[in-house]
Design a protein around this ligand. Sequence first.
Ligand code: AMP
Length: 452
Amino acid sequence: MSFSTLGLSAPILNAISELGYLTPTPIQAEAIPLALKGKNLIAAAQTGSGKTATFVLPTLEMLARSETQRKKRARALILTPTRELAVQVCKSIEAYGKNLTLKSIAIYGGVDYAPQKQALIDGVDIVVATPGRLRDLYTQRAIHFDEIELLVLDEADRMLDMGFIEDITKIIDTLPEERQNLLFSATMSRQVRELAKDTIPNAIHLSVTKKSEGKPNIDQWLVTVDKDKKSALLSHLIQENSWPQALIFIETKHGAAKLVSQLEKRGIEAEAIHSGRTQAIREQILADFKAGKVKYLISTGISARGIDIDELPLVINYDLPFPADEYVHRIGRTGRAGAAGEAISLVSKDDFKNLCMIEKRLDHLIERKVVEGFEPRKVVPVSVLNFVPKNKPVRDVAAKEARGRSESTKPDYSKRVSSKSKSSKSRSSSNNRSDNKESSADNKLPLNPWNR
Ligand code: AMP
């Protein structure tokens, strides 16, 4: 099958052909013709499956057919969980829409409001936004949603995990009822299904999750090691293997910063991105990593989804995440679009229960290795695929706690900004609200029921 059979017009076909896209991925082949017919879609699709083009291409096609909107209006709204993903989706819009005159903007927290606000006031065709900041700007009347024709919820499960449900539902409540809806989610959790049921009537369900789950393309293995030897083992592996590049995942932002200095002490240069760093620094580091200037990037879960790094050969899990889906998203940064990838996990006894949940989720055991000189003193038990935890971890519990945590850790802005105007006060506190969501995602360890 070729893209020309999907119903896309020449300006878009030319742009994607220049990008070297020869054939549509399965989700693109299935979803694009349906989306172009105006259908509501709920798609189980992960990053790496070509999902961004799946919703961006029909969005561009449909918007290009009619005239650009007015001031303070937009015609398509794409909600994403993280700033990085919003920026990346916007870049895809620019690339796929380079032969069109549609305007798009990424709206996200952690940066100055003024330029985003002005761009919305001037009017754009497509808004790609994280829910918290968009809601703030809506409250400030920078945008009205009465001309929204199309809503895309990208990585819906991740947005819900991050506690954005209230922002999302409040935004959706203000959209015109007559609109098209596309929902993409790596997993179809109960929460996602509930959101979909309330938001997306008469949807067609599509699923390509299994096909893209990486087994054939991603060589997964793990090394058992004592927790206090992990950084030494990682340095050893990096030096032994001379890996050209690796994305290294770790649960907490403090852990990320510590690991950078531990690697540096052993002569390995690394960078870290997490919610404690400014947006500008995170963007710069990501750009440097994508350009190959940074070889080893240590990241908390906030970058696990959506971030697309061409030909990333290796993902390392410095610790094992909870829930198990997070592991799938992490390793999905490699082995993308048909390329081969490798995913290595450093597993200590503490990681055992998460390991069992991950292997159960994958439906296969991960090959184990021991590295000479790093044999664990605390043995990691043999894992079983039908593992049943004593206290069954419930995603909702973790999410609920994340929300509670983000509320309870909210600094008292009423005191700090008491001399400022009311509007700047509300901006500050809501900015803090969106940032806390990322920050609680970065401080995940205590949210993991196994680590309590
Ligand atoms: P995504 O799942 O949207 O994050 O896309 C994963 C990667 O696949 C990105 O680098 C895209 O540029 C690339 N991609 C998406 N669709 C295609 C296609 N049909 N052919 C080749 N590469 C693609």
